[in-house]
Design a protein around this ligand. Structure first.
Ligand SMILES: [Fe+2]
Length: 305
């Protein structure tokens, strides 16, 4: 056990596997930047930017994440919802907090001490980012996948996190991941209630968290109390390889070809990665948005998702 390398997180780094879901404990609960007053101030600084997103508590696990804000608008502004999240009947995300100088320090303070431990198993960490989720009681986060590895820290309240393995193609197919990496499109990843039966289920309370590898499907439900959660995300050489293979698979499907299942044919995956890398360098398909900018340039901090 090599647990005390970070001031904020307790994790068995010797057992850490970047492609396995793993719970952990942390010490961020009392951090001054995660208290309500500071979150409201951050929310104010996000006004007029794309660095916030919200919807109301009528959302369901199966709502399309990208349509959620239009389909389920909040009654209050995102700032007023943050001021009284217990009663706001809202879900508010403050995105890309690393763009805020104050919160960039927090992102660095958490990731820097973990970086060498992560890179022992998963080299080439880049594109770091932070996200703060505030949600009213009995509010879901729709079923979705993300384009980075995720460390999710529970700060206040309790919530149930349903998460499925990164290689679970019953819950989220290769085709869904192909389209997601190419276009940030979740339409091929519909929710089904029966997925709950095969999930890893974590009841997170303050001071606990869970690590979720790239494109591990997840869905979250808050309890009877309001919740505050912060996640720290990043990409690595391996996530970029994975995403580029999926982008190439999407291109091949478009011209009528049927690539082998992801991870089942090493020669194919290697060739797909090489081809996608060359096309990305030339800013062809997969080399510009809506494909994640992390596939093209290895910036230290995330610039978009
Ligand atoms: Fe997520």
């Amino acid at each position: 056990m090599n647990a005390s390398v970070s001031p904020f997180i307790d994790l068995d780094w010797d057992a850490f596997d970047p492609w396995r879901i793993q719970p952990f404990k942390h010490r961020l609960v009392d951090h001054p930047l995660l208290q309500t007053e500071q979150l409201v101030e951050l929310g104010k600084r996000c006004r007029g930017t794309t660095r916030w997103y919200s919807f109301n508590s009528d959302i369901t696990a199966g709502t399309d994440f990208d349509d959620a804000s239009d389909l389920f608008p909040t009654k209050l502004s995102h700032v007023d919802s943050l001021k009284d999240i217990s009663n706001a009947k809202a879900w508010v995300l403050l995105r890309h907090i690393q763009a805020d100088p104050l919160y960039r320090e927090l992102v660095d303070a958490v990731i820097n001490p973990m970086q060498s431990q992560i890179q022992r198993k998963d080299p080439g960490l880049y594109y770091r980012a932070g996200w703060i989720f505030s949600a009213s009681p009995n509010t879901a986060t729709p079923f979705h996948i993300d384009r980075s590895h995720v460390f999710l820290f529970q700060v206040r309240g309790t919530k149930t996190v349903y998460v499925w393995d990164a290689e679970d193609t019953e819950v989220c197919s290769d085709r869904a991941r192909d389209g997601f990496h190419m276009r940030h499109d979740l339409s091929r990843a519909p929710w089904h209630e029966e997925f709950r039966q095969r999930a890893h289920v974590f009841t997170l309370s303050p001071g606990t968290g869970v690590y979720m590898p790239l494109t591990s499907p997840h869905m979250v439900e808050t309890s009877q109390e309001a919740s505050t959660t912060i996640s720290f995300t990043y990409n690595t050489d391996a996530t970029r390889r994975n995403a580029r293979v999926h982008v190439m698979r999407e291109m091949l499907h478009r011209i009528g070809m049927k690539p082998p299942a992801y991870g089942k044919n090493q020669a194919f995956d290697f060739a797909a990665f090489a081809a996608a890398s060359a096309i990305a360098v030339c800013h062809g398909p997969g080399g510009h948005p809506p494909t994640c900018p992390s596939l093209v340039k290895k910036s230290e901090y995330a610039v978009a998702d």
